[in-house]
Write a protein of this length. Sequence first.
Length: 127
Amino acid sequence: MNLLEKVVKNSDFFYKKNQVPQSRVGDSIKVIVFLELPNLSTGVKGKERIQVYEGIIISKHGNANPTNSTVTVRKMFQNGGIEKVFLIHSPWVKMMNILSSARVRRSKLYYLRKRMGKSARLKRLFT
């Protein structure tokens, strides 16, 4: 094991979060992200703000290294869809709340990209 592999293994300790919700594909989720906006005139750190992104998880990617796992969240906005990939254990992602769950039979919901309106709805799962 070379030095680079040792550093990568030890970095998991710093980035891994203790409380991550058990989310599944088809869940409606609210992701709270911390943003730092640069000051355009000087190029240094400017304003800081919190952005809320709410949508449906259409895919999850679990890596051999659990700190690299990601979720792809899709939301509908002005008759179009917006997808964003979030690194679950990122320090920029402050909180992930599961709003509701849906009954799905696929691991990836990429077919929702072609659908709009009522055809893009998922059957709700009551627990």
